[in-house]
Design a protein around this ligand. Structure first.
Ligand code: F0G
Length: 457
């Protein structure tokens, strides 16, 4: 069993949680249309829906918020954030946004024409949605090993460089307005990308003069994986590694609700001055003036502080130990997971755990329902419901049928994770009793947030 590194903090403010009884959980599920996004969080005991905006802020962040400058333009808070942005990310320009998808929307608005295609290792669903919403085509070119849930590799988030170059030539540079890579690869198990791969991707994009944007949501976790696993980086700090990663790109989008350690926020950063003028125009139209971008001044202060906290080594070591520990407990109980664990989440292999259900019977959704019913635990299906393509009633299934348990930052302790592992062990023991699920309503884009379901017989 890997060592659980004790929290490098103690709890100063507590938020009560409660487990409502089974009959109440059953009712809550029914009212939510068997979609855990429809539950009231008060009715959830352990909420592993997302690590996005759900973490605990530090006393330093709360203190920084008290000094926030709420001026509409040119606030002190903006300049504090700018100093952190300049040091860590190093792009010439940036705008704050209220969250990651706002940055993606602006990027697509200024660069993407209908019919054009955007490559990445794997796009997250909001990125994919933003590209599709403007008539574009998202393309995933992660290395094949990412699709093998049991294969161990240090950097399973890496892009397939040969496939990328072949795809660029087949697609035509004129049809590729920009290229991306997501660190860590959330849609593929939270797996990291190596510096060597980032360098390779950068060289290819530069060779074809395709602007390179990093989706930087979990950049600090990715930097720490590089430190632990990639030769030559053991003696570098996560900050130095982050600086090197971003020096390879032309810009970045980020949901700061992850490794910004804040409850709301994001940014779009880039080097191209002419493009930045268009970004600002788009931002003013939709988000706010470029020095606040849809956030309060105090949010910018919390973020400026949070970026540095996310890069602290004792925090990152503890953070990675949480997911490793939960994975080890699940392995011990024979609960199938995606290997090796990423940092921010543990992914359950629902197709394996509920092998009596076919993929049409939506085993991922069925598992997320069972986790809430059995233990009041909320986790998210990231399989067919989230990523499958539905054409004329026929599914085009994604490679993996997973349920993600994302771990909010600095929020749950070892005993919470033990409870989750124990609940899943029980679910596994009675897995055959879990019934199929049928989708009764689905919106056109970003299906999994609002789709409705019925339980099969
Ligand atoms: N990119 C990645 C890799 C993400 O994980 C997310 C959000 C976004 C972009 C969009 O950011 O939510 O601030 O607009 N992921 C959350 C999650 C929702 O649960 O993984 P946002």
């Amino acid at each position: 069993m890997p060592k659980y590194i004790p929290e490098p903090f103690r709890i100063k403010m507590m938020e009560p949680i409660r487990l409502i009884d089974r009959a109440a959980r059953q009712r809550a599920l029914q009212e939510a249309g068997y979609n855990v996004f429809g539950l009231r969080s008060e009715d959830v005991y352990i909420d592993l829906m997302t690590d996005s905006g759900t973490g605990a802020m530090s006393q330093e962040q709360w203190a920084a918020m008290m000094t926030g400058d709420e001026a509409y333009a040119g606030s002190r808070s903006y300049y504090r954030l700018k100093a952190a942005m300049d040091e860590i990310f190093g792009f010439k320009h940036f705008v704050p946004t209220h969250q990651g998808r706002a940055a993606e929307n602006i990027l697509c608005a200024v660069l993407l024409q209908p019919g054009q295609a955007v490559p990445s290792n794997m796009h997250f669903d909001t990125t994919e949605g933003n590209i599709r919403a403007r008539g574009g085509l998202p393309n995933n070119l992660v290395s094949q090993i990412a699709y093998d849930p049991l294969a161990h590799a240090d950097f399973k988030g890496n892009m397939d460089l040969e496939a990328l170059e072949a795809w660029i030539q087949a697609t035509g540079v004129e049809n590729i307005p920009f290229g991306m890579i997501t660190i860590t690869n959330n849609a593929g198990g939270g797996q990291p990308v190596s510096m060597a791969n980032l360098r390779g991707v950068s060289e290819i994009y530069r060779k074809y003069q395709i602007p390179f944007f990093i989706d930087a949501c979990r950049f600090a976790e990715n930097a720490y994986f590089i430190k632990l696993r990639e030769p030559g980086y053991a003696d570098k700090s996560p900050l130095q590694i982050a600086q090197e990663m971003f020096s390879l790109a032309d810009g970045a989008t980020m949901s700061a609700k992850k490794d910004g350690m804040v409850n709301i926020g994001g940014f779009l950063a880039l080097n191209d001055g002419a493009l930045f003028e268009r970004v600002k125009a788009e931002l003013i139209l939709r988000e706010g003036f470029p020095t606040y971008g849809g956030l309060a001044g105090r949010d910018l202060d919390a973020l400026a502080t949070g970026f540095y906290e996310a890069l602290q080594e004792d925090y990152l070591a503890y953070r990675l130990s949480q997911s490793e520990y939960l994975c080890a407990r699940l392995r011990e109980a024979g609960v199938p997971i995606i290997e090796p664990p990423g940092a921010h989440a543990v992914y359950l292999n629902a197709a394996d755990l509920l092998s009596h259900l076919s993929r049409e019977e939506l085993p991922g959704q069925a598992l997320s329902i069972a986790m809430y019913l059995e233990g009041g635990i909320r986790a998210v299906e990231l399989g067919t419901v989230a990523f499958g393509q539905l054409k004329d009633g026929q599914w085009d299934f994604p490679a993996l049928e997973v349920v993600r348990m994302a771990i909010p930052r600095r929020t749950y302790t070892q005993s919470h994770l033990d409870y989750v592992a124990d609940t899943l062990a029980e679910i596994k023991a009675n897995a055959k009793q879990i019934k199929s699920v049928k989708m009764t309503y689905a919106p056109e884009l970003l299906r999994h947030f609002t789709a409705q379901f019925e339980i099969g017989t």
